[in-house]
Design a protein. Structure first.
Length: 407
């Protein structure tokens, strides 16, 4: 418990969250009724919790969905907190809205006792991962766990003083973090412009071919209905879209695995480092990359495809990867994508995308040139990320001091 870690200043006391706020959990209407998601009522999932005040969502509900599912409204100004998988992300409702079951709304019971802005900061010092029930799959709290969270509570005037001080300090730190993020964004824009220039020149000099002419496109495979992927490592990794990094490889930190029995059922749907993966479903369509060789033979999600080259000797996989980062590819990709509730790129349409396809010796020169620039840009980005991490650590240190009465 957090209360075991802190000796509170005089006049402060520990309070259970249940004594200070209500804990209300949202709902998800039945996904089998697509009409439920064609309305205009804001309905939040964790991915919508960006920034301190929320007034829009990726998906919206109809009045019928709200009535049939008995979803309770969250009034404007209420503090929201995520408590499944992404733990402790907070924001305020900037209008009346609704949430799914991964977000709790925390209306204050008595504002003469607790300042809601103080509560937002207080949640930031709780190590929520220590509160997770290990018997539950994934990082998840339940309603009872949330109610029993310990909150360090000073008198109201002290709460307001702490909030005012933290607001000023964090605004300055957040501005510095934003500047470093802007530098990273500018590096990404520069890298994209270099890629566009290179492939623009190739378009003028070499014949064009469709992806279908160069490769066979093969889809991944979903696991059997009701099957839960395994956290414990087996010889059968299963690559999901969430494992695909933005810069074209795989994040191994949270990989999931198949049992031998399930692997035998879907063992034809694997990928190697000689293939290129491309996502073709959802909001990350077009995310591409090459897996590391130690994952050769891993199973591929149904939300991605792989390019298997017809003439591997004369096709550079890395060249094809860099092509997917160019505007020539992206423009065609956007045109080929079917805009639905869940965007989808058909294999046939992906195969029709055209690219300049020079001899393999030229492809290799292009790769060497772009690799060199990419490595330099990566170093710049790494420096910016390290500075951002230092600033975030500074925020955590200041927050810790504030709740020890040292601010």
């Amino acid at each position: 418990m957090v209360s075991e870690l802190y000796d509170l200043p005089n006049g402060w006391e520990w309070k259970k969250l249940d004594n200070l706020t209500q804990v209300n959990i949202g709902k998800t209407p039945s996904r089998s009724k697509s009409k439920y998601f064609l309305g205009d009522k804001i309905w939040l999932s964790i991915r919508d919790l960006k920034g301190d005040y929320i007034s829009d969502s990726n998906e919206k509900l109809t009045n019928e969905a709200i009535k049939d599912s008995n979803i309770k409204i969250v009034p404007k100004g209420t503090l929201l907190m995520s408590f499944k998988l992404t733990l402790g992300r907070t924001a305020f409702a900037n209008c009346d809205l609704y949430t799914n079951e991964a977000i709790a709304s925390l209306p204050i019971k008595d504002e003469s006792i607790l300042d809601k802005y103080f509560l937002k900061y207080a949640i930031g010092v709780i190590d929520l991962e220590k509160e997770v029930d290990n018997a539950v799959k994934g990082k998840t709290l339940n309603k009872e766990k949330i109610r029993n969270l310990d909150i360090p509570l000073p008198p109201l005037e002290e709460q307001k003083r702490i909030v005012s001080k933290l607001d000023i300090l964090f605004e300055k730190i957040d501005k510095a973090i934003s500047l470093h993020q802007k530098n990273i964004d500018e590096v990404n824009v520069f890298m994209a412009s270099v890629s566009n220039e290179v492939f623009g020149e190739l378009e003028e000099k070499y014949e064009k071919q469709s992806i279908n002419q160069i490769a066979t496109i093969k889809g991944g495979k979903r696991v059997p209905k009701g099957y839960q992927l395994l956290e414990e490592e087996t010889p059968y990794p299963y690559l999901r879209v969430t494992d695909f990094k933005d810069y074209g490889t795989i994040c191994k930190n949270k990989m999931l695995y198949l049992s031998k029995e399930v692997y035998e059922q879907i063992k034809r749907y694997t990928i190697t480092d000689e293939d290129l993966y491309i996502t073709n479903v959802g909001n990350t369509i077009g995310k591409s990359g090459i897996i590391p060789s130690d994952l050769n033979g891993a199973n591929l999600t149904e939300n991605a495809v792989k390019l298997v080259y017809k003439d591997k000797k004369n096709t550079s996989n890395k060249f094809m990867y860099y092509f997917t980062k160019s505007s020539i590819f992206i423009v065609q990709l956007e045109s080929a994508t079917m805009q639905m509730a869940v965007p989808k790129l058909a294999i046939m349409r992906l195969g029709e995308i055209i690219l300049p396809f020079p001899p393999v010796s030229i492809q290799q020169k292009v790769v060497a040139y772009l690799d060199e620039i990419s490595q330099k840009m990566d170093k710049i980005k790494q420096i910016q990320k390290e500075k951002m991490q230092s600033l975030k650590a500074l925020k955590a240190s200041i927050l810790d001091k504030a709740f020890r009465g040292e601010l």
